[in-house]
Ligand binder design. Sequence first.
Ligand SMILES: *Cc1c(COP(=O)(O)O)cnc(C)c1O
Length: 221
Amino acid sequence: MPIIDNLNKIKAELPANVKLIAVSKTKPIKDILDVYNSGHRIFGENKAQELSEKQPLLPNDIEWHFIGHLQSNKVKYIAPFVDLIHSVDSVKLLGEINKHAKKNDRIIDCLLQFHIATEENKFGLNLREALSIMNSDYFKTLENVRIKGIMGMATFTDDMDLIREEFKSLKASFDELKTQHFSNIDSFCEISMGMSEDYKVAIEEGSTLVRIGNAIFGARN
Ligand SMILES: *Cc1c(COP(=O)(O)O)cnc(C)c1O
């Protein structure tokens, strides 16, 4: 089965400290189940609605990662079950996630999304903004969210040198946040970077979570 061959080939190359998120957006339940039945458990989706529709149709021990831009009014759809939200790009969104986590009597793990690409239309914080959220009194009141690291998307380009520089800048931001705010907090340990076309560079630059869709499931329509 080509999907499973793709998956196994990628998995065989990954260092032990790097986790693979199989990005199943737009893909049917059948394909996801094939990957699940091969033993894989971590999947990623980028739309709250699509994720909330798929989740009840699939096994309960899937670890669901939300990787797309998340609007505050959509948090409620995924709050009962989501395992990691990669895309926290505002204090407002973080507050909303906290509120729904509390309602569901759970703590939701999150990553802060950083803007590292040259494209303006990509979302994310810069280091100054991230630090100001982390150092705020308001953040201290958010007891139902846990910040586990940061995430970024490189520019959509063939220029691997540019992509590498962007991943280096994300790693530098992680290190700075770690030093300034999370030095005693072991759970702040994740750097989510790398997709089908650039995950090898991302791993060389320190990624701990790669988000791979096309290279597993085949091209999306
Ligand atoms: C779609 C998507 C991916 C996976 O992209 P591929 O090129 O299919 O590997 C990774 N991260 C995010 C945020 C995405 O939206």
